[in-house]
Design a protein around this ligand. Structure first.
Ligand code: AMP
Ligand code: ZN
Ligand code: FE
Ligand code: FE
Length: 285
């Protein structure tokens, strides 16, 4: 039975539970602590924090930043964000502005192909961070495709008819801003997409020297073998180990808080280790 979940999404990005619903569900699932890590936004944190306080569960303030590498996007989690992170908020606002420009281009392409979808329709169903999952949802609603997978494979994914690459910062830029505000940084689901291990080794080595703190060893998309590989990398580079389900509510069916796809057993000691690392560096924990 998991006691913690350090990677979750709410309606502030592309999850389907509001921040307070998410906290209530975490409580009902018997979790002692969760991190809310919405994509490119910290907009859900105050609501989640308040709910957590009421229910007596620990909330770690977090976010998940999309970054670009030569082999596609990698996600960087920031954990233990301070309550006042205006510098981070300014950085994330720029990322969301870039997303908006990209979303407009995607919608233009869809319109040119005869799919009548407007930016307003997409905005209406989205929270702070708007992305392809919201566009896919409107496509489904309006009957332009049968499934979410079809919306992605035929239209929105790399190679799809309305694909537009996402402008994103480098992992180093994300690390710099997160380090500046004293966050614990974590490379998210390193093997979510299969990538050459020697490439991943080089990336982790590079990021470790840029201040990366830990690797997300346990994740819904990691089987035991993948987790073992990432744990070896963490040991090799003396990095911490984190874990979370990447729960998105109904937007990622089959993934439960804490347990993921029944492949997770996240003990409180994982969080304690992260806190110990922070204590050693005199950071709030
Ligand atoms: P965006 O941040 O706008 O580029 O959208 C990325 C999100 O879209 C990811 O976090 C996934 O939740 C979702 N996504 C990406 N590819 C697919 C796919 N092939 N099928 C379903 N969802 C996807
Ligand atoms: Zn997401
Ligand atoms: Fe991610
Ligand atoms: Fe995520």
């Amino acid at each position: 039975m998991s006691e913690i979940d350090l990677h979750t999404h709410s309606t502030a990005s592309d999850g389907t539970d509001s921040p307070s619903q998410l906290v209530e569900k975490a409580c009902a699932a018997g979790l002692r602590a969760i991190a809310l890590t919405d994509h490119d936004t910290i907009g859900g944190l105050d609501e989640a924090s308040e709910a957590a306080c009421d229910l007596g569960i620990e909330l770690i303030r977090g976010c998940e930043i999309s970054t670009r590498t030569d082999l596609g996007n990698m996600h960087m989690l920031g954990l233990f964000l301070p309550a006042d992170s205006s510098r981070l908020e300014a950085f994330l606002q720029r990322l969301r502005d870039n997303r908006d420009s990209r979303n407009n281009l995607i919608i233009e392409k869809l319109n040119r192909a005869g799919l009548r979808i407007t930016v307003d329709e997409v905005r209406q169903i989205a929270g702070t961070t708007i992305g392809r999952p919201h566009i896919a949802a409107v496509m489904l609603q309006k009957g332009y495709c049968e499934t979410r997978d079809e919306a992605f494979s035929k239209w929105l994914d790399t190679g799809g008819k309305a694909f537009v690459p996402k402008p994103a910062p480098t992992p180093e830029q994300a690390l710099a801003i997160l380090a500046e505000i004293g966050a614990t940084t974590c490379l998210a689901h390193p093997l979510h997409k299969q990538r050459p291990l020697d490439w991943l080794d080089k990336l982790i080595s590079r990021l470790e020297s840029e201040g990366l703190d830990c690797l997300e060893v346990w994740h819904s998309s990691h089987d035991a073998e993948k987790s073992a590989i990432i744990l070896d990398f963490a040991r090799k580079y003396r990095l911490g180990a984190s874990g979370g389900s990447d729960y998105h509510g109904k937007n990622k069916p089959g993934i439960s808080l804490g347990t993921g796809k029944s492949n997770l057993d996240l003990g409180y000691d994982i969080l304690e280790n992260l806190k110990r690392m922070r204590k050693e560096r005199n950071l709030p924990h």
